[in-house]
Ligand binder design. Structure first.
Ligand code: ISL
Length: 554
């Protein structure tokens, strides 16, 4: 099969609100992004995924869109967007836009019409239901806490919102809605953008009859029961036929609740649906058995390895993987699986990078990940802006499942705001992000962790990422090699091989602060070391704290 451009790509994700402010209002913007494109080029990524920049009242920081064909006021103008796109293309950078079409903002003109009367032509653009015995139509919960239904007095019916109350779900079973979305996508593609990251696209086809689901500890059924619904693939294939297939795009579906079997269809190499999906299984490897994501973490390396390895093995030759640790919804991976201690922070950041970037799939680097940025030391619930961790905390707190103190601890390890503190450009005030007051606090560790310092230091985390990205561009075995896991039960070592013909890699990663015993297999002894995070080699039979070594054999 012919290689697709995105199979050798590395994508850099920008969360515009926190990347670079250019006008001193404390909020990142498009001219700010344009001014930093050369930095991304220097890193070596070739594609940018831009989190939403559309007009939005910001109930969920841009994931609640009130106009798909206009730019958020704080981010600039459409002319700023066009200038950014042109500059990106001139630097050889592709731009992938966020497509948020499971829902709109309640301030979108479609919804304003829809809620105005039962017989408005836009009524069926959204999901309206009668109440049941004076209560919600079913027991579904919102991803952000509470019920997924809002009662609307005007027409005496409820509307569905799997996310915030200000994010009503679109009715994809209505063909007119699908056509509206496709026309809007065409409009952006005519501008010359290079693809779409599709927000919770796995949720667009709701289960027939909207039945009750198994309640969770907060009393509501998970929004994930809408995942991979009855018409999911049909709608995506229609989108592909009518829109995507006319261009050479990178498309990645954010697929909450996706299973491996489903992914084989979504990301099928025949190109009939999407290029790849973001799966969530490996993100759940450290979840609390009862409270799920919003509780203390439980590191379980054998489980993490089992999940990632299964996805590596089973999609090989059938579909395409995406590879990620960080994004705007996840805590920082150095704080999650690495070490925040000064002595080992950089080593662990590099180890995590190598572990992910040596796998098969398209790697995603989230802004600041290439510097080893960490979680923020939150001290109060009032500091949190993230609607999701706040909503879930309130549910658990109300049910007596979480004290305020536990809530703050949970925020430190779990809140999405850990990923959203401003990008750390330099050691100066506000880390060079803004001349004003940043919308979220800058991490105090920006005086040591920042881009300016790392760019001038050859052994920095930034330079390590740069090398990993360059290696992927150069080496077929990294792009296409077959994967095999070694030491599946080892609690601290993640070891795997990649093989393509006679060429192979051995990737050794120590996920702990302790030295581990490990004998490098015979055939790799004396092999070339492609990349490593210690300047020298360990004594035979030993892997040092947070060490990573990639051996290359031909
Ligand atoms: O990652 C999650 C669950 O583990 C959730 O944080 C996340 O909300 C969910 O995966 C959906 O995410 C996407 O849609 C949301 C938006 O808030 C997220 O930022 C976006 O990535 C609603 O549009």
């Amino acid at each position: 099969m012919e290689e697709k451009w995105w199979q050798r790509s590395v994508v850099y994700q920008i969360y515009p609100r926190s990347f670079q402010d250019s006008d001193g209002d404390g909020i990142g913007d498009l001219p700010g992004i344009t001014s930093r494109l050369a930095y991304i080029r220097e890193l070596g990524a070739d594609t940018i995924w831009l989190s939403p920049v559309y007009k939005s009242p910001n109930d969920d920081n841009g994931y609640d869109i009130s106009d798909y064909q206009d730019i958020m006021t704080e981010f600039g103008t459409m002319a700023d967007f066009d200038a950014m796109l042109e500059k990106a293309h001139s630097l050889g950078l592709k731009i992938v836009m966020d497509l948020v079409v499971n829902h709109t903002s309640d301030e979108h003109k479609w919804f304003i019409e829809s809620r105005s009367s039962r017989d408005n032509p836009y009524r069926d653009y959204y999901i309206w239901r009668e109440g049941k015995n004076g209560k919600e139509p079913n027991n579904w919960g919102s991803c952000f806490g509470g019920s997924a239904w809002v009662y609307d007095e005007k027409t005496d019916m409820y509307y569905l919102h799997l996310f915030s109350k200000k994010q009503p779900d679109l009715n994809w079973d209505n063909p007119v809605v699908r056509d509206e979305v496709f026309t809007m996508m065409d409009w952006w593609l005519d501008k010359g953008i290079d693809g779409f990251r599709m927000d919770v696209i796995s949720l667009i086809s709701k289960p027939e009859g909207l039945p009750d689901g198994e309640p969770r500890p907060n009393g509501y059924a998970s929004f994930e029961l809408c995942a991979n619904g009855p018409h999911e693939h049909e709608y995506l294939r229609e989108m592909n036929r009518k829109v995507l297939s006319k261009h050479d795009l990178l498309t990645v579906g954010e697929c909450a609740g996706v299973t491996l079997e489903e992914a084989k269809s979504y990301a099928n190499l025949d190109g009939s649906e999407l290029s790849m999906v973001f799966q969530f299984e490996h993100m759940s490897a450290d979840f609390d058995p009862v409270l799920g994501r919003y509780a203390a973490q439980h590191k379980n390396l054998p489980k993490l390895k089992e999940i990632l390895s299964r996805w590596q093995r089973e999609l090989d030759g059938v579909a395409w993987n995406s590879l990620y640790w960080d994004n705007h919804d996840q805590p920082r991976v150095v704080s999650r699986y690495g070490s925040e201690n000064e002595e080992y922070r950089e080593k662990s950041a590099k180890m995590l990078a190598a572990c992910l970037h040596m796998m098969q799939g398209t790697p995603y680097v989230y802004q600041g990940e290439e510097l080893g940025m960490t979680n923020y030391p939150w001290t109060s619930i009032d500091q949190i802006n993230d609607i999701e961790s706040l909503g879930n905390y309130r549910d658990f707190h109300a049910k007596g499942l979480m004290t305020e103190e536990e809530g703050i601890r949970m925020m430190r390890t779990r809140s999405r705001d850990n990923a959203r503190t401003p990008m750390q450009w330099d050691a100066g005030p506000s880390a060079g992000f803004t001349t004003g007051t940043p919308w979220l606090p800058v991490n105090p560790n920006h005086v040591t962790i920042n881009a300016a310092e790392q760019l001038q230091r050859p052994d920095s985390v930034f330079r390590f990422y740069q090398k990993l990205i360059r290696l992927r561009k150069e080496m077929d075995v990294i792009v296409h090699g077959h994967y095999a896991l070694l030491e599946p039960e080892h609690p601290d070592l993640f070891v795997y091989t990649r093989t393509l013909g006679n060429e192979s890699l051995l990737v050794v990663c120590n996920f702990s602060e302790q030295e581990q015993a490990f004998a490098v297999p015979e055939e790799y002894r004396g092999a070339e070391i492609l990349i490593a995070n210690y300047p020298d080699t360990a004594p035979a039979g030993v892997v040092r704290p947070w060490e990573t070594v990639v051996y290359h054999r031909k």
